[in-house]
Design a protein around this ligand. Structure first.
Ligand SMILES: [Zn+2]
Ligand SMILES: [Zn+2]
Length: 428
């Protein structure tokens, strides 16, 4: 029977590939319906097969995870994650399993229903299979069949959870949901374009702490010439979030010179070694978690004290570990902080900055006071990737040369702390 299905699926795929899209309105409409029905049936099959793969330990026997198995067979990450979630959910949600199987719900809607049932079960501390869970499953499926969007299904689930929030838990007054840290969740997934996207669900106290951490750092900051901050609120929050992550990784790594193992970033660079030229890069570098990065990102990461660069040969055996001499530490860093006081481009506090090699370390720039300047992460990216240049002036202070798209004449500007100083003699 299953072999018949596989054969039919192959024949369907062939027929679909070869068919021409017709011109008539009715035929086009029928085409949409047929495509949706085939897609829903295929998504349902993928979820069921994935559930079995997990249940039977097929992937493990082949030597990898179910996720890896799906990805190796052509599933993009978002489809992989959904198939795994649905494969697990349908084992406990029989009504949902039926709708997924007969193709009346697409994988996106079925996923929203499964997520909603799980949300209600956790929030109300009632297990899957309980009366409330079964009612919720039916209500959310009804919502999906009525054509509501996945976001509306999420909203409905939240409303059900709120209405059934338990007042007591084992005879004790229950912790209000808003304050219950056991419900906290942070999830993320790497998208197809290589970026990381995620979501969080936090209790009020952690939420308050997060917002107060980001609030000060995300206020609009006028440019040195007084024009308003061009960043949107979301961009300002993202910049602030980056600063908080940087500060946290610096603080966690403070006990070691180069950062502790906990927060250290490993950058692996394939390299060839020969006797006359030494070590030369031989392919794109990659990060332990996020994968391949561009040469610009490598030069940026080379300024970062929490990054260890490991060159590896064709057999992935280490041939060189980045010398610690490239890092601005101790007295050199203190001298640069005393000179620059803040990010030389935007004035962000010194505690948020990296020391940047003005002549890039990869171009042979030395790790000396006259070749370093303070840059916050946002400005550091602008220098390594968006055409901003830093030059050391004859006054032994860093100067900034904007890219032509920011200033067609590319005129040198003084460092941030010296822009305000410069006004004093004029005022006097
Ligand atoms: Zn800056
Ligand atoms: Zn740099």
């Amino acid at each position: 029977m299953f072999d018949d299905v596989l054969g039919a699926a192959d024949r369907l795929a062939d027929a679909v590939r070869e068919c021409e899209v017709p011109a008539g309105d009715d035929a086009l409409l029928a085409g949409v319906r047929a495509a949706v029905a085939a897609r829903n049936a295929a998504d349902g099959l993928l979820a069921r097969v994935t559930g079995e793969i997990e249940c039977r330990g097929t992937a493990k026997r082949l030597g990898f995870s179910a996720r890896e198995l799906l990805r190796r067979n052509g599933c993009v990450p978002v489809v992989t994650s959904r198939a795994i979630r649905l494969g697990r959910a349908i084992a406990h949600l029989p009504a949902l399993a039926r709708h997924l199987r007969d193709g009346s719900l697409s994988a996106e809607f079925a996923d929203a229903v499964a997520r909603g049932v799980r949300h209600v079960a956790i929030r109300t501390r009632s297990p899957l299979g309980s009366e409330l869970a079964v009612e919720t499953e039916a209500a959310l499926i009804g919502h999906a069949l009525a054509g509501r969007s996945p976001v509306e299904i999420d909203d409905r689930a939240r409303a059900i959870a709120l209405a059934h929030e338990p007042a007591v838990d084992n005879g004790e007054p229950a912790t209000p949901v808003a304050e219950d840290t056991t419900l906290n969740e942070v999830s993320w997934a790497q998208r197809d374009d290589g970026r990381l996207a995620g979501a969080f669900d936090l209790d009020v106290v952690t939420g308050e702490r997060l917002i107060s951490c980001l609030d000060t750092a995300s206020r609009p900051r006028p440019l040195p010439d007084g024009t308003p901050d061009p960043r949107s609120a979301a961009q300002r929050r993202a910049d602030a979030f980056v600063q908080v992550v940087e500060a946290a990784s610096r603080a966690l790594g403070a006990d070691g010179l180069v950062g502790s193992a906990k927060t250290e970033i490993l950058l692996t660079v394939p390299a060839t070694v020969d006797e006359c030229c030494g070590i030369t890069p031989a392919g794109p570098a990659h990060l332990q978690w996020m994968g391949t990065v561009t040469d610009e990102a490598v030069s940026l990461l080379s300024c970062d004290a929490s990054v260890t660069r490991i060159a590896v040969d064709v057999d992935a055996a280490p041939v060189d570990i980045s010398p610690t001499a490239r890092l601005f530490t101790g007295r050199t860093r203190k001298a640069i902080v005393a000179r620059d006081q803040s990010c030389v481009m935007c004035g962000n506090p010194a505690s948020w900055t990296d020391v940047h090699h003005i002549v890039f370390h990869s171009d042979g720039g030395p790790t000396t006071c006259d070749n370093g300047c303070l840059l916050c992460r946002t400005c550091h990216v602008a220098v390594h990737q968006h055409g901003w240049d830093i030059e050391m002036g004859p006054d032994r202070h860093p100067w900034i040369r904007p890219p032509a798209k920011a200033d067609p004449r590319r005129e040198l500007q003084p460092a941030y702390n010296r822009r305000t100083l410069r006004l004093d003699p004029i005022a006097a």
